[in-house]
Design a protein around this ligand. Structure first.
Ligand code: SAM
Length: 337
């Protein structure tokens, strides 16, 4: 009964692709209506102990000013100056256990006390104790991308630890009651369509509430700086496939879609079934040196995300992602399991 994507779906272009995306966008309507979740992201630290070949924040990149945000500055921003449309916040870092404990944990406590925001974190693989403390403090969504479903590629690109370990953390977080969202990169150098498809299949087999797909962007100051970018069309087809596999998932339109396809990639993500958009609220200095791919990142602000939502005939949700996920959990989802 469930949708099983094939490489033909990933290759779809022209009318076949438009039909795939339309079908995908329609699959979300019975659960989410025309609602899109507007979250803010604050990148809290660009220290990273990992050395992912594709990522500009890798520890071997000595050209960055490494910095941790201050609790008070981010608390002030999120309590008193946040965009009105945003219902959720994601606090993200490089893999930096010090920032997780000293900045993110106190921020989660403050935000739980002072706001009704849904609270997500994306901090890499950490010890079980800090996961528990973050959850007890009020965070509900943990974002942990598995990056690549192919264990040999995972190792080759020096993704964090081992794939098996990353998957174990995803399962442990889910078992502990976190709503886990994962993700992968599509179009890493030499990645075949079969391997990209395996990412969709792995995602659908995990205990997730959401999944992102990011096109590979050759990162400045990385060993892959001269490699070709991942194809936006394949990325969009992966997003549509995931939506058809899991109509109940939160699927973000990532800002990298706009780097890869100036200004239109993001809207096409929404058209292919994405239902989460992200406003970047990282303060200036950190934003410049939170280098995932290139310095001239496409920064989405409130006006841009609201314009993209409206242009696609969708509407911003007033409910947070957390509230929606709790509601989804109460209603059995008919479709693939
Ligand atoms: N350090 C945390 C972790 O490991 O989960 C937080 C996320 S990490 C800083 C940011 C994410 O950006 C990575 O998980 C990866 O999927 C993505 N990313 C990094 N470099 C990329 C690139 N060149 N192209 C596409 N995505 C990339």
């Amino acid at each position: 009964m469930g949708f099983n994507p094939t490489t033909k779906d990933l290759r779809a272009r022209g009318p076949a692709q438009a039909a795939l995306h339309e079908q995908a966008a329609a699959a979300a309507f019975p659960i989410f209506g025309r609602k899109v979740y507007v979250r803010g992201v604050v990148e809290v630290s660009n220290f990273c102990r990992e050395n992912c070949t594709y990522c500009g924040m890798r520890r071997d990149n000595r050209s960055l000013e490494r910095e941790r945000a201050q609790h008070d500055e981010i608390a002030e921003l999120l309590i008193h100056q946040r965009p009105a449309a945003m219902t959720d916040v994601n606090l993200q870092t490089g893999e930096d256990p010090v920032a997780a404990r000293d900045v993110v944990l106190p921020l989660i406590r403050t935000l739980r006390r002072e706001t009704k925001l849904g609270l997500s974190v994306c901090l890499g693989t950490l010890d079980a104790e800090i996961y528990e403390e973050l959850q007890a403090a009020g965070a509900t969504v943990y974002i942990l991308k598995f990056e690549s479903a192919d264990a040999a590629d995972y190792e080759r690109w020096q993704s964090p630890g081992k794939l098996e370990e990353r998957l174990r953390h995803i399962r442990q977080l889910a078992a502990a009651g976190w709503k886990v969202s994962s993700g992968f990169i599509a179009g890493l150098p030499g990645q075949s369509l079969e391997k990209i498809l395996a990412n969709c299949e792995l995602a659908a087999s995990l205990p997730l509430h959401g999944c992102s797909v990011s096109p590979f962007i050759p990162g400045e100051a990385t060993p892959l700086a001269a490699a070709p970018a991942g194809e936006v069309e394949t990325t969009l087809n992966c997003m549509a496939s995931l939506r058809l596999m899991r109509p109940d998932w939160l699927i973000p339109a990532v800002s990298a879609l706009n780097i890869a396809q100036a200004d239109t990639g993001y809207r096409r993500g929404l058209r292919a079934g994405a239902n989460v958009v992200t406003i970047n609220l990282t303060p200036g200095d950190l934003q410049r040196d939170y280098l995932l791919y290139k310095r001239e990142r496409f920064i989405m602000d409130e006006a841009r995300v609201l314009a993209a939502i409206a242009a696609e005939g969708l509407e911003p949700s007033r409910q947070s992602m957390t509230e929606q996920l709790e509601q989804n959990a109460a209603v059995p989802i008919v479709g693939p399991t």
